[in-house]
Design a protein around this ligand. Structure first.
Ligand code: IFM
Length: 454
């Protein structure tokens, strides 16, 4: 029997991208260098030595891309702004050509009836700011607030949904502890995460004082429901630690204006972390988010063998594949139940926040082609199951308002270069030809009907 899953009226459907992953034009029209230009050009950290120099060439093809979104019936488009296009050195004089690019993009979206959802920061920090300490420095926090303030004033008449940061966990704790910017440095990552929360709260404050404060402002966190591999006490403790650092460390500041005590205790001495400034907490308290953006792809399963494994970023997160579970090309478990449990848990523990799914999607091989169209039935099946989980959560009262597929098109997947494909639209990176995958047609029909069938 066919079952229909109908979404609430006005549910916001769209797709997401980010500046470095799609724009290309890395040194055009006065754009300053960003940390990813440097990682790609000067290190061997990216697979196949790929770079974002050209990427999807969206900087030159944005009109064509918006046309595609329009044909696909997307209601909204989540994109990020390249800070060094606006301020080539992070601060100082703004760059008119960069400003014009985003003016044109936003105007074109609006002319096509597509709502712009603007992320201020999706990892492409201006290099001059990395040189003065990156997110470890409060000077960079000030520069970010100045940049955010400029953006609100300039685009706030047309942009009504703002996202301060994308996935702070990733560009602070993960990138630092994996030595992406320089040497491995967990402390630097932790300090950066605290500074990013301060920058976030200050940006929310400035938004509410800006010329056009009539929109919504939030943050996108990558969250993952954590399950123990067994009922053992150690595994249950491993869940608390992992959930603490992956989820609560980022959720509590923006939704409770506090940091989780158990994690503070865990890190203060070993990493010599100073007390959280009182002013940060006041800022967070006075500037709550309007919505929470959730990026979710998978769940996390943990198990600890010994008490001493239970440290921050401990040696217990299961990465090995387990027979009987399903995995994507990234090696991430396909886990729609984890998505449902995550939504229910956030609703319960954080007082029923307004939520947008700002990223969900999957990388697969995409190697089945008929009549030139990629037959990505596995992607359709993945998204269907996640949407079913979202639907069930809405039925239970979760305040979920919209969903953005990651990603509109295949793009530069960070250290994996172009080897991993998440798009609804296939890109031929030689010719830059865009081709709809089967999932793009399917998603178009979902949006049109505001529902789908299983
Ligand atoms: O491509 C990334 C994106 O930049 C941030 N969220 C996860 C995606 C897939 O890895």
């Amino acid at each position: 029997m066919v079952k229909e899953f109908k979404f609430p009226d006005g549910f916001l459907w769209g797709a997401a991208t980010s500046s470095y992953q799609i724009e290309g034009a890395w040194n055009e029209d006065g754009k300053g260098e960003n940390v990813w230009d440097q990682i790609c050009h000067n290190t061997k950290k990216v697979q196949n030595s790929d770079t974002g120099d050209t990427a999807c060439d969206h900087y030159h093809r944005y009109k064509e891309d918006i046309q595609l979104m329009s044909e696909l019936g997307h209601k909204a488009y989540r994109f990020s702004v390249s800070w060094p296009r606006i301020f080539p050195s992070g601060k100082g004089t703004a760059n008119n050509k960069g400003i014009n690019f985003y003016d044109n993009l936003i105007n074109e979206l609006l002319a096509n009836g597509i709502e712009p959802v603007l992320t201020l920061y999706h990892w492409d920090l201006p290099v001059s700011l990395q040189k003065i300490g990156g997110w470890e420095s409060r000077e960079v926090v000030e520069a970010y607030v100045n940049y955010a303030s400029f953006m609100f004033d300039h685009y706030g008449d047309r942009v009504k949904k703002w996202i301060t940061f994308n996935e702070p966990l990733v560009f602070t704790i993960w990138f630092y502890s994996r030595g992406l910017y320089n040497k491995r440095d967990v402390r630097g990552g932790l300090i950066s995460s605290i500074n990013v929360n301060a920058a976030h709260a200050k940006a929310v404050e400035i938004y509410h004082q800006s010329k056009n404060p009539d929109g919504l402002i939030g943050i996108s966190l990558n969250l993952s429901h954590v399950y123990p591999e067994s009922d053992s006490e150690l595994d249950k403790k491993a869940v608390i630690y992992t959930d603490g650092i992956y989820n609560r460390w980022f959720l509590d500041p923006v939704l409770k204006a506090s940091y989780p005590n158990d994690i503070l205790e865990l890190i203060e001495k070993p990493y010599n972390i100073p007390k959280i400034p009182k002013n940060d907490i006041e800022l967070l308290e006075n500037n709550p988010i309007d919505f929470l953006g959730i990026n979710n792809y998978s769940c996390t399963r943990v198990s600890a063998k010994k008490e001493k494994d239970l440290t921050l970023l401990g040696n217990f997160s299961k990465t090995n594949k387990v027979k009987g579970r399903e995995y994507s090309e990234m090696g991430w478990e396909v886990c729609p139940k984890g998505f449902y449990d995550l939504l229910m848990r956030i609703d319960e523990d954080y007082d029923h926040p307004m939520i947008y799914i700002t990223e969900n999607g999957v990388a697969y091989k995409d190697d089945k082609i008929i009549n030139g169209i990629i037959q990505d039935d596995d992607r359709i099946y993945y998204i269907k199951r996640y949407l079913e989980a979202a639907y069930q959560a809405i039925k239970k009262g979760v305040n979920l308002k919209g969903y953005f597929v990651w990603s509109l098109m295949d793009n530069f997947e960070w250290i994996y270069g172009y080897s991993k494909k998440f798009g609804l639209i296939h890109i031929n990176f030689e010719s830059q030809k865009r081709t709809w995958k089967k999932s793009a047609y399917w998603y178009r029909d979902v949006i049109k009907a505001n529902s789908f069938n299983i």
